[in-house]
Unconditional design. Structure first.
Lengths: 144, 168, 121
Protein backbone atom coordinates (compact mmCIF):
# COMPACT_ATOMS: atom_id res chain seq x y z
CA UNK A 1 0.00 0.00 0.00
CA UNK A 2 2.78 2.40 0.88
CA UNK A 3 4.67 1.73 -2.32
CA UNK A 4 1.54 2.23 -4.37
CA UNK A 5 0.95 5.59 -2.75
CA UNK A 6 4.48 6.78 -3.48
CA UNK A 7 4.04 5.83 -7.13
CA UNK A 8 0.69 7.55 -7.40
CA UNK A 9 1.91 10.80 -5.86
CA UNK A 10 5.13 10.89 -7.85
CA UNK A 11 3.20 10.05 -11.00
CA UNK A 12 0.76 12.88 -10.46
CA UNK A 13 3.68 15.24 -9.92
CA UNK A 14 5.69 14.13 -12.94
CA UNK A 15 3.21 13.51 -15.70
CA UNK A 16 2.09 17.12 -16.32
CA UNK A 17 5.71 18.20 -16.49
CA UNK A 18 6.53 15.42 -18.92
CA UNK A 19 3.73 16.53 -21.22
CA UNK A 20 4.87 20.14 -20.91
CA UNK A 21 8.42 19.11 -21.69
CA UNK A 22 7.20 17.27 -24.77
CA UNK A 23 5.49 20.43 -26.02
CA UNK A 24 8.61 22.45 -25.24
CA UNK A 25 10.84 20.08 -27.18
CA UNK A 26 8.42 20.12 -30.09
CA UNK A 27 8.23 23.85 -30.54
CA UNK A 28 11.73 24.73 -29.41
CA UNK A 29 13.24 22.36 -31.95
CA UNK A 30 14.12 25.33 -34.09
CA UNK A 31 16.49 26.82 -31.55
CA UNK A 32 17.89 23.86 -29.72
CA UNK A 33 17.92 20.10 -30.03
CA UNK A 34 14.48 18.71 -30.46
CA UNK A 35 11.78 18.48 -33.07
CA UNK A 36 8.89 16.23 -33.90
CA UNK A 37 10.28 12.76 -33.17
CA UNK A 38 11.66 13.41 -29.72
CA UNK A 39 8.55 15.31 -28.67
CA UNK A 40 6.24 12.57 -29.90
CA UNK A 41 8.15 9.90 -28.00
CA UNK A 42 8.25 11.94 -24.78
CA UNK A 43 4.50 12.61 -24.92
CA UNK A 44 3.80 8.91 -25.54
CA UNK A 45 6.12 8.04 -22.64
CA UNK A 46 4.12 10.32 -20.33
CA UNK A 47 0.87 8.52 -21.16
CA UNK A 48 2.59 5.11 -20.90
CA UNK A 49 3.85 6.11 -17.45
CA UNK A 50 0.29 6.98 -16.48
CA UNK A 51 -0.90 3.60 -17.80
CA UNK A 52 1.78 1.74 -15.84
CA UNK A 53 0.81 3.35 -12.55
CA UNK A 54 -2.95 3.69 -12.76
CA UNK A 55 -3.79 0.76 -15.02
CA UNK A 56 -4.62 0.37 -18.68
CA UNK A 57 -8.39 1.11 -18.44
CA UNK A 58 -7.66 4.48 -16.80
CA UNK A 59 -5.24 5.34 -19.59
CA UNK A 60 -7.82 4.28 -22.15
CA UNK A 61 -10.24 6.76 -20.59
CA UNK A 62 -7.57 9.46 -20.81
CA UNK A 63 -6.57 8.73 -24.42
CA UNK A 64 -9.32 6.67 -26.05
CA UNK A 65 -8.55 4.24 -28.84
CA UNK A 66 -10.40 6.22 -31.47
CA UNK A 67 -8.46 9.40 -30.69
CA UNK A 68 -5.11 7.61 -30.82
CA UNK A 69 -5.91 5.90 -34.09
CA UNK A 70 -7.04 9.22 -35.55
CA UNK A 71 -3.75 10.80 -34.45
CA UNK A 72 -1.78 8.13 -36.28
CA UNK A 73 -3.30 9.06 -39.60
CA UNK A 74 -3.73 12.77 -38.98
CA UNK A 75 -0.01 13.53 -38.75
CA UNK A 76 0.82 12.00 -42.12
CA UNK A 77 -2.18 13.77 -43.62
CA UNK A 78 -0.94 17.07 -42.19
CA UNK A 79 2.54 16.58 -43.60
CA UNK A 80 1.25 15.65 -47.06
CA UNK A 81 -1.24 18.50 -46.82
CA UNK A 82 1.57 21.02 -46.42
CA UNK A 83 3.03 19.66 -49.62
CA UNK A 84 -0.26 19.98 -51.45
CA UNK A 85 -0.63 23.52 -50.12
CA UNK A 86 2.69 24.23 -51.78
CA UNK A 87 1.26 23.11 -55.11
CA UNK A 88 -2.00 25.02 -54.65
CA UNK A 89 -0.15 28.27 -53.90
CA UNK A 90 2.01 28.07 -56.99
CA UNK A 91 5.21 26.18 -56.28
CA UNK A 92 6.25 22.54 -56.44
CA UNK A 93 5.30 19.84 -53.93
CA UNK A 94 6.62 20.65 -50.44
CA UNK A 95 7.84 24.11 -51.41
CA UNK A 96 7.74 26.29 -48.33
CA UNK A 97 8.68 29.66 -49.70
CA UNK A 98 5.26 30.12 -51.34
CA UNK A 99 3.39 29.78 -48.07
CA UNK A 100 3.80 33.42 -47.12
CA UNK A 101 4.66 36.73 -48.78
CA UNK A 102 8.09 36.71 -47.15
CA UNK A 103 9.91 33.48 -48.17
CA UNK A 104 11.76 33.13 -44.88
CA UNK A 105 8.51 33.37 -42.92
CA UNK A 106 7.06 30.84 -45.35
CA UNK A 107 9.90 28.45 -44.51
CA UNK A 108 9.24 28.98 -40.80
CA UNK A 109 5.55 28.22 -41.24
CA UNK A 110 6.21 25.15 -43.36
CA UNK A 111 8.74 23.75 -40.87
CA UNK A 112 6.34 24.40 -37.97
CA UNK A 113 3.45 22.50 -39.53
CA UNK A 114 5.63 19.68 -40.82
CA UNK A 115 7.17 19.08 -37.39
CA UNK A 116 3.71 19.21 -35.80
CA UNK A 117 2.52 16.53 -38.21
CA UNK A 118 5.51 14.33 -37.40
CA UNK A 119 4.99 14.78 -33.65
CA UNK A 120 1.31 13.84 -33.84
CA UNK A 121 1.98 10.70 -35.85
CA UNK A 122 4.84 9.51 -33.67
CA UNK A 123 2.80 10.03 -30.47
CA UNK A 124 -0.14 8.15 -31.92
CA UNK A 125 1.90 5.23 -33.21
CA UNK A 126 3.96 4.70 -30.05
CA UNK A 127 0.86 4.87 -27.88
CA UNK A 128 -1.16 2.58 -30.12
CA UNK A 129 1.61 -0.03 -30.19
CA UNK A 130 1.79 0.08 -26.40
CA UNK A 131 -1.98 -0.35 -26.15
CA UNK A 132 -1.83 -3.35 -28.47
CA UNK A 133 0.95 -5.06 -26.54
CA UNK A 134 -0.42 -4.34 -23.11
CA UNK A 135 -4.04 -5.02 -23.89
CA UNK A 136 -3.45 -8.49 -25.22
CA UNK A 137 -2.86 -10.02 -21.81
CA UNK A 138 -2.79 -13.71 -21.01
CA UNK A 139 -6.28 -14.20 -19.67
CA UNK A 140 -9.03 -11.86 -18.70
CA UNK A 141 -7.42 -9.55 -16.15
CA UNK A 142 -8.84 -6.13 -16.91
CA UNK A 143 -8.17 -4.19 -13.75
CA UNK A 144 -4.39 -4.78 -13.36
CA UNK B 1 32.08 0.40 -21.60
CA UNK B 2 29.68 -0.32 -24.40
CA UNK B 3 31.74 -3.29 -25.51
CA UNK B 4 31.50 -4.73 -21.99
CA UNK B 5 27.72 -4.28 -22.00
CA UNK B 6 27.37 -5.95 -25.38
CA UNK B 7 29.52 -8.90 -24.31
CA UNK B 8 27.27 -9.27 -21.26
CA UNK B 9 24.23 -9.29 -23.57
CA UNK B 10 25.81 -11.99 -25.71
CA UNK B 11 26.55 -14.23 -22.76
CA UNK B 12 23.46 -13.61 -20.59
CA UNK B 13 20.62 -16.06 -20.82
CA UNK B 14 17.89 -14.53 -18.69
CA UNK B 15 15.81 -12.44 -21.08
CA UNK B 16 14.77 -9.83 -18.53
CA UNK B 17 18.37 -8.92 -17.74
CA UNK B 18 19.15 -8.87 -21.46
CA UNK B 19 16.42 -6.28 -21.97
CA UNK B 20 17.71 -4.13 -19.10
CA UNK B 21 21.26 -4.38 -20.45
CA UNK B 22 20.02 -3.29 -23.86
CA UNK B 23 18.53 -0.20 -22.22
CA UNK B 24 21.86 0.53 -20.51
CA UNK B 25 23.60 0.13 -23.86
CA UNK B 26 21.26 2.67 -25.45
CA UNK B 27 21.91 5.19 -22.70
CA UNK B 28 25.66 4.74 -23.02
CA UNK B 29 25.37 5.26 -26.76
CA UNK B 30 23.38 8.45 -26.14
CA UNK B 31 26.15 9.71 -23.82
CA UNK B 32 28.81 9.00 -26.42
CA UNK B 33 26.72 10.81 -29.02
CA UNK B 34 26.57 13.92 -26.82
CA UNK B 35 30.35 13.79 -26.53
CA UNK B 36 30.46 13.70 -30.34
CA UNK B 37 28.33 16.90 -30.52
CA UNK B 38 25.28 15.09 -31.91
CA UNK B 39 22.72 16.51 -29.49
CA UNK B 40 19.58 15.90 -31.58
CA UNK B 41 20.57 12.32 -32.27
CA UNK B 42 21.46 11.73 -28.62
CA UNK B 43 18.04 12.93 -27.47
CA UNK B 44 16.32 10.70 -30.02
CA UNK B 45 18.47 7.68 -29.19
CA UNK B 46 17.91 8.10 -25.46
CA UNK B 47 14.15 8.50 -25.74
CA UNK B 48 13.53 5.99 -28.53
CA UNK B 49 16.24 3.43 -27.92
CA UNK B 50 16.21 3.35 -24.15
CA UNK B 51 12.60 4.37 -23.59
CA UNK B 52 10.24 2.99 -26.19
CA UNK B 53 12.35 -0.04 -27.15
CA UNK B 54 12.58 -1.16 -23.54
CA UNK B 55 8.82 -0.75 -23.06
CA UNK B 56 8.09 -2.74 -26.21
CA UNK B 57 10.56 -5.48 -25.33
CA UNK B 58 9.13 -5.82 -21.82
CA UNK B 59 5.62 -5.94 -23.28
CA UNK B 60 6.63 -8.69 -25.68
CA UNK B 61 8.41 -10.54 -22.87
CA UNK B 62 5.25 -10.41 -20.78
CA UNK B 63 3.26 -11.89 -23.64
CA UNK B 64 5.85 -14.53 -24.57
CA UNK B 65 6.72 -15.93 -21.23
CA UNK B 66 10.20 -14.62 -20.46
CA UNK B 67 11.90 -18.00 -20.50
CA UNK B 68 15.64 -18.22 -20.59
CA UNK B 69 17.42 -18.54 -23.87
CA UNK B 70 18.72 -22.03 -24.58
CA UNK B 71 22.43 -22.75 -24.21
CA UNK B 72 24.45 -23.15 -27.33
CA UNK B 73 26.00 -26.48 -28.35
CA UNK B 74 28.80 -25.85 -30.80
CA UNK B 75 29.21 -22.18 -31.66
CA UNK B 76 32.46 -22.62 -33.61
CA UNK B 77 31.09 -21.82 -37.05
CA UNK B 78 29.34 -18.56 -36.10
CA UNK B 79 32.35 -17.53 -34.00
CA UNK B 80 34.66 -18.21 -36.92
CA UNK B 81 32.46 -16.24 -39.30
CA UNK B 82 32.35 -13.37 -36.80
CA UNK B 83 36.14 -13.25 -36.47
CA UNK B 84 36.64 -13.32 -40.23
CA UNK B 85 34.21 -10.43 -40.60
CA UNK B 86 36.06 -8.50 -37.89
CA UNK B 87 39.30 -8.96 -39.79
CA UNK B 88 37.82 -7.90 -43.09
CA UNK B 89 36.12 -4.80 -41.64
CA UNK B 90 39.20 -3.67 -39.73
CA UNK B 91 41.22 -4.01 -42.91
CA UNK B 92 38.59 -1.88 -44.62
CA UNK B 93 38.62 0.87 -42.02
CA UNK B 94 42.20 1.73 -42.83
CA UNK B 95 40.95 3.37 -45.99
CA UNK B 96 38.54 5.64 -44.12
CA UNK B 97 39.50 9.19 -43.09
CA UNK B 98 40.97 9.72 -39.67
CA UNK B 99 39.00 11.01 -36.75
CA UNK B 100 38.33 14.75 -36.97
CA UNK B 101 40.07 15.41 -40.26
CA UNK B 102 38.67 18.69 -41.67
CA UNK B 103 39.84 17.90 -45.17
CA UNK B 104 37.85 14.69 -45.48
CA UNK B 105 35.45 14.75 -48.46
CA UNK B 106 32.73 14.26 -45.86
CA UNK B 107 32.97 17.91 -44.86
CA UNK B 108 33.64 19.71 -48.08
CA UNK B 109 30.86 19.31 -50.61
CA UNK B 110 27.37 20.36 -49.63
CA UNK B 111 27.71 20.79 -45.87
CA UNK B 112 29.43 24.22 -45.84
CA UNK B 113 26.55 25.53 -47.93
CA UNK B 114 24.01 24.19 -45.46
CA UNK B 115 25.90 25.62 -42.50
CA UNK B 116 26.29 29.02 -44.12
CA UNK B 117 22.85 29.42 -45.65
CA UNK B 118 20.52 27.69 -43.23
CA UNK B 119 19.88 30.67 -40.99
CA UNK B 120 19.46 33.07 -43.92
CA UNK B 121 17.22 30.91 -46.04
CA UNK B 122 15.02 29.27 -43.43
CA UNK B 123 15.27 31.46 -40.34
CA UNK B 124 15.94 28.43 -38.15
CA UNK B 125 19.22 28.32 -36.16
CA UNK B 126 19.16 24.56 -35.60
CA UNK B 127 20.78 23.33 -38.81
CA UNK B 128 19.69 19.74 -38.21
CA UNK B 129 16.01 20.73 -38.04
CA UNK B 130 16.41 22.97 -41.08
CA UNK B 131 17.99 20.19 -43.14
CA UNK B 132 15.51 17.59 -41.86
CA UNK B 133 12.35 19.59 -42.47
CA UNK B 134 13.27 21.86 -45.34
CA UNK B 135 16.29 20.83 -47.39
CA UNK B 136 15.57 17.10 -47.11
CA UNK B 137 11.83 17.29 -46.51
CA UNK B 138 11.00 14.34 -48.77
CA UNK B 139 13.09 11.97 -46.66
CA UNK B 140 11.22 13.04 -43.56
CA UNK B 141 7.90 12.45 -45.32
CA UNK B 142 9.08 8.93 -46.14
CA UNK B 143 10.14 8.39 -42.54
CA UNK B 144 6.77 9.52 -41.22
CA UNK B 145 5.07 7.11 -43.60
CA UNK B 146 7.36 4.32 -42.30
CA UNK B 147 6.29 5.05 -38.72
CA UNK B 148 2.66 5.11 -39.84
CA UNK B 149 3.12 1.78 -41.62
CA UNK B 150 4.66 0.23 -38.51
CA UNK B 151 1.66 1.40 -36.50
CA UNK B 152 -0.93 -0.04 -38.83
CA UNK B 153 1.15 -3.19 -39.25
CA UNK B 154 1.11 -3.81 -35.52
CA UNK B 155 -2.62 -3.08 -35.42
CA UNK B 156 -3.20 -5.60 -38.23
CA UNK B 157 -1.05 -8.26 -36.56
CA UNK B 158 -2.22 -7.95 -32.99
CA UNK B 159 -5.83 -6.98 -33.30
CA UNK B 160 -7.87 -9.59 -31.54
CA UNK B 161 -10.64 -10.61 -33.95
CA UNK B 162 -14.03 -10.51 -32.25
CA UNK B 163 -15.12 -13.79 -33.78
CA UNK B 164 -12.41 -15.81 -32.07
CA UNK B 165 -14.45 -17.02 -29.14
CA UNK B 166 -17.23 -18.36 -31.37
CA UNK B 167 -14.96 -19.96 -33.97
CA UNK B 168 -12.49 -21.91 -31.81
CA UNK C 1 49.00 8.36 -35.62
CA UNK C 2 46.78 6.10 -37.62
CA UNK C 3 46.11 3.82 -34.63
CA UNK C 4 44.40 6.51 -32.56
CA UNK C 5 42.80 8.02 -35.64
CA UNK C 6 40.82 4.87 -36.40
CA UNK C 7 39.91 3.88 -32.86
CA UNK C 8 36.23 4.83 -33.23
CA UNK C 9 35.90 2.62 -36.29
CA UNK C 10 37.29 -0.39 -34.46
CA UNK C 11 34.85 0.01 -31.62
CA UNK C 12 32.09 0.20 -34.22
CA UNK C 13 33.35 -2.99 -35.87
CA UNK C 14 33.42 -4.86 -32.55
CA UNK C 15 29.88 -3.77 -31.66
CA UNK C 16 28.62 -4.58 -35.14
CA UNK C 17 30.06 -8.07 -35.17
CA UNK C 18 28.80 -8.74 -31.65
CA UNK C 19 25.30 -7.85 -32.78
CA UNK C 20 25.70 -10.03 -35.86
CA UNK C 21 26.92 -12.92 -33.72
CA UNK C 22 23.81 -12.68 -31.55
CA UNK C 23 21.61 -12.80 -34.64
CA UNK C 24 23.25 -15.85 -36.19
CA UNK C 25 24.25 -17.87 -33.15
CA UNK C 26 21.38 -17.53 -30.66
CA UNK C 27 18.10 -19.33 -31.10
CA UNK C 28 15.75 -17.19 -29.03
CA UNK C 29 13.77 -14.87 -31.30
CA UNK C 30 13.63 -11.95 -28.89
CA UNK C 31 17.38 -12.12 -28.34
CA UNK C 32 17.87 -12.10 -32.10
CA UNK C 33 15.85 -8.91 -32.34
CA UNK C 34 17.93 -7.32 -29.60
CA UNK C 35 21.08 -8.33 -31.50
CA UNK C 36 19.68 -6.68 -34.61
CA UNK C 37 19.08 -3.47 -32.70
CA UNK C 38 22.65 -3.56 -31.33
CA UNK C 39 23.89 -3.90 -34.91
CA UNK C 40 21.84 -0.88 -35.98
CA UNK C 41 23.08 1.21 -33.05
CA UNK C 42 26.71 0.49 -33.95
CA UNK C 43 26.02 1.80 -37.45
CA UNK C 44 24.86 5.10 -35.93
CA UNK C 45 28.26 5.42 -34.30
CA UNK C 46 29.93 4.63 -37.62
CA UNK C 47 28.20 7.58 -39.26
CA UNK C 48 28.44 10.18 -36.54
CA UNK C 49 32.01 9.68 -35.33
CA UNK C 50 33.65 11.02 -38.52
CA UNK C 51 31.41 14.07 -38.42
CA UNK C 52 32.89 15.39 -35.23
CA UNK C 53 35.50 18.12 -35.55
CA UNK C 54 37.70 18.61 -32.50
CA UNK C 55 37.11 22.17 -31.30
CA UNK C 56 33.74 22.36 -33.01
CA UNK C 57 30.35 22.48 -31.40
CA UNK C 58 26.85 21.17 -31.99
CA UNK C 59 25.43 22.30 -35.34
CA UNK C 60 23.19 25.04 -33.97
CA UNK C 61 24.17 28.37 -35.45
CA UNK C 62 24.92 30.89 -32.72
CA UNK C 63 27.14 33.95 -32.33
CA UNK C 64 30.62 33.30 -31.08
CA UNK C 65 31.11 29.85 -32.63
CA UNK C 66 32.90 29.37 -35.89
CA UNK C 67 33.47 25.66 -36.28
CA UNK C 68 30.46 23.33 -36.32
CA UNK C 69 30.31 19.59 -36.45
CA UNK C 70 28.85 18.09 -39.60
CA UNK C 71 25.02 18.12 -39.44
CA UNK C 72 24.34 15.85 -42.40
CA UNK C 73 24.93 12.48 -40.69
CA UNK C 74 22.75 13.65 -37.78
CA UNK C 75 19.82 13.98 -40.16
CA UNK C 76 20.36 10.56 -41.70
CA UNK C 77 20.75 8.87 -38.33
CA UNK C 78 17.61 10.51 -36.92
CA UNK C 79 15.66 8.82 -39.68
CA UNK C 80 17.53 5.57 -39.12
CA UNK C 81 16.75 5.49 -35.39
CA UNK C 82 13.04 5.91 -35.95
CA UNK C 83 12.99 3.30 -38.71
CA UNK C 84 14.88 0.96 -36.38
CA UNK C 85 12.26 1.21 -33.66
CA UNK C 86 9.50 0.70 -36.24
CA UNK C 87 11.23 -2.50 -37.35
CA UNK C 88 11.61 -3.63 -33.73
CA UNK C 89 7.91 -3.05 -33.03
CA UNK C 90 6.80 -5.04 -36.07
CA UNK C 91 9.27 -7.83 -35.31
CA UNK C 92 8.01 -8.11 -31.75
CA UNK C 93 4.41 -8.25 -32.94
CA UNK C 94 5.36 -11.16 -35.23
CA UNK C 95 7.16 -12.90 -32.36
CA UNK C 96 4.03 -12.60 -30.20
CA UNK C 97 1.95 -14.20 -32.95
CA UNK C 98 4.53 -16.98 -33.42
CA UNK C 99 4.42 -17.66 -29.72
CA UNK C 100 0.66 -17.96 -29.81
CA UNK C 101 0.76 -20.27 -32.82
CA UNK C 102 3.67 -22.55 -31.86
CA UNK C 103 3.88 -22.19 -28.10
CA UNK C 104 7.59 -21.37 -28.09
CA UNK C 105 10.02 -18.69 -29.23
CA UNK C 106 13.09 -20.85 -29.64
CA UNK C 107 14.11 -21.26 -33.24
CA UNK C 108 14.93 -24.99 -33.16
CA UNK C 109 11.68 -25.86 -31.42
CA UNK C 110 9.72 -23.98 -34.06
CA UNK C 111 11.58 -25.69 -36.90
CA UNK C 112 11.06 -29.10 -35.28
CA UNK C 113 7.34 -28.39 -34.92
CA UNK C 114 7.17 -27.50 -38.59
CA UNK C 115 8.98 -30.68 -39.60
CA UNK C 116 6.84 -32.85 -37.35
CA UNK C 117 3.59 -31.46 -38.65
CA UNK C 118 4.50 -32.77 -42.08
CA UNK C 119 6.70 -30.78 -44.42
CA UNK C 120 5.67 -27.34 -43.26
CA UNK C 121 1.95 -27.73 -43.89
Amino acid sequence: MRRQMVLRVVGKLFIPYMLLFALYVQFHGDFGPGGGFQAGVIAAAAVIFYALIFGLPAARRLAPDAVVEAMVALGVLLYAGVGVAGIVLGGNYLDYFVLDRDPVAGQHRGIFWVEAGVGITVTGVMLKIFYMFAGRGRGLDEER
Amino acid sequence: MMVVTVLAIVLQRNLFSVVVLAGIYSFLMATVLVALDAVDVAMTEASVGAGISTVLLLGALYLCGGEEAKPLDRPWLPLGVALVIVGALVYGTFGLPEFSDPQAPFHTHVVPRYLAQALKETGVPNVVTAVLASYRGYDTLGETVVVFTAGIGVIALLRRARRREEDR
Amino acid sequence: MSVLGHYSYWITVILMVAGLYIVIARGNLIKKLIGLSIFQTSVYLLYIAPGKLIGGTAPIVADGFKVYSNPLPHVLILTAIVVGVATLALGLAIVVRIREAYGSIEEDEILAADRDSGAGA
